[in-house]
Design a protein around this ligand. Structure first.
Ligand code: AMP
Ligand code: ZN
Length: 429
């Protein structure tokens, strides 16, 4: 039933395990220059339950940057065998270092995650992530091998070759980021294949925010079951939280992490079931433990038990990042609200782009939307009608009326890795 019995561990025992591992983590963390200073004078005996984690200070991305490259290492550099970096494109990078034991733990968590949505050793997995510093390459790869699946390190891009390998090797599981999945589905059709004739059955989709509507579209266009996969480099990478076959939120592996959800303004815990910022502490990392990391990702705990019997709590899909929020005419807007609205419209194709522009003295939002070929007709009136309808639907969701520009399919440039959804052109046009 489960990859690891710990997945269904009784909550009382699970919380005892968490408290024990948290005390150990504090001990280890203190061997790093950063936490030696940050946790000076803290008595680990103050930790009796996992809830006592609130007695510890937060760690932020800026902390990690300021300590780049070695300030958080709790062991001599010789003990480490790998590093990854988080995908931020600007500023000082953040590097995460792993010992061999850390890599083993990560592969186990990843294998457990894939098993929980139905992957088995008889499956064949093709990984379409780039194999570089991004954890979606090697992280998924080693997890898949750990589970015993035949694993194809296809890497990013080159859709024709990807399709050939899927057919030649009868690929049943695809790891693919959601924005690429929508594009890929189109390419498969263009290559003359019906999605129902493809050998695949499971898509692991993650690494970037996407809506339930986008998932539904991927499932329909690819004729596949798509499971949400969440992780971040600071917490190893993928394999932090994963959907089980019930697709009702992602089980967050609480034997390996303590998760909290806070109000990003006050730092206090939100009420059970409310949305806030996810904060995480590693419990099973010996090389570079991180305590109360502010992920900036917004989500909530889903109340109640999952039908699968796993006892680890579930988080809801990430609705955005605390730093993604746009404020336009005094209204707070998240890109995912826009995606949700667009993807629910049958005329809308695979891609969209939100541009922030300045018109005179006021800020405006322009939403470029790719329209499916069959709706991209020459009848101006029909197109104007569609444009108005999109603007109206968006307005009812975000409370301001954006400018809407209809685009032909594949005319909006696609990023190589994670999709870029918002571009700020204010003062640049
Ligand atoms: P990186 O460390 O570069 O892999 O980026 C991690 C970030 O990607 C997370 O903090 C999230 O913002 C985002 N992310 C990863 N998985 C998901 C997911 N399933 N849904 C939404 N966002 C995700
Ligand atoms: Zn479940």
């Amino acid at each position: 039933m489960y990859y690891d019995p710990v997945e269904a561990m009784d909550r009382v025992a699970l919380e005892q395990l968490q408290a024990e591992r948290l005390r150990e983590t504090i001990d280890i963390a203190r061997r790093s220059p950063f936490y030696a200073e940050r946790l000076k004078g803290f008595d680990p005996d103050e930790i009796r339950t996992p809830a006592d984690v609130v007695k510890l200070p937060f760690t932020t991305k800026d902390d990690l940057r300021s300590q780049y490259p070695h300030g958080l290492l709790a062991r001599p550099l010789d003990d480490f065998v790998r590093l990854h970096a988080s995908s931020g494109t600007t500023g000082t990078p953040v590097a995460i270092f792993y010992t061999q034991k850390d890599l083993d733990t990560w592969a186990d968590l990843m294998a457990r995650s894939m098993y929980c949505c139905g992957c088995r050793r008889s499956d064949v997995l093709q990984n379409t992530s780039g194999y570089g510093l991004f954890t979606g390459g090697l992280g998924i790869h080693y997890g898949s091998e750990r589970l015993g699946m035949l694993t194809i390190p296809a890497g990013a891009g080159n859709t024709r070759r990807q399709i050939k390998m899927i057919l030649d090797h009868q690929v049943t599981v695809l790891h693919i980021i959601p924005s690429f999945a929508l594009y890929f589905a189109q390419k498969v059709r263009e290559a003359g294949y019906a999605p129902e004739d493809m050998p695949w059955r499971i898509a692991l989709i993650g690494a970037e925010p996407h809506t339930e509507q986008a998932r539904a579209k991927i499932e329909e266009l690819m004729h596949i079951k798509a499971y949400n996969s969440y992780g971040l480099s600071e917490m190893n990478g993928p394999g932090v939280a994963f959907e089980c076959v019930h697709q009702q939120g992602m089980h967050l592996w609480e034997d390996a992490y303590i998760a909290e959800i806070i109000n990003p303004e006050t730092g206090e815990h939100v009420a059970e079931g409310e949305i806030g910022e996810l904060v995480m502490t590693t419990l099973r990392r010996e090389g570079m433990p991180i305590i109360r990391y502010r992920t900036r990702d917004l989500t909530r705990f889903i109340p109640g038990q999952c039908e699968c019997g796993r006892t680890h709590r579930r988080i809801d899909r990430i609705t955005g990042r605390a730093d993604d929020m746009m404020i336009l005419k005094g209204v707070n807007i998240y890109p995912m609200q826009i995606e949700q609205c667009l993807m629910a419209m049958p005329e809308v194709g695979q891609n969209y782009l939100i541009e922030l522009i300045r018109e005179g003295v006021s800020d405006q939002m322009r939403v470029k939307v790719e329209i499916k070929d069959e709706f991209f007709v020459e009848d101006m009136r029909a197109l104007q009608g569609l444009q108005k309808r999109i603007a109206k639907n968006l307005c009812s969701e975000i409370l301001v009326t954006p400018r809407v520009e209809l685009c032909q399919s594949e005319s909006i440039p696609k990023a190589d890795g994670k999709a870029v959804r918002v571009v700020d052109l204010r003062g640049k046009e």
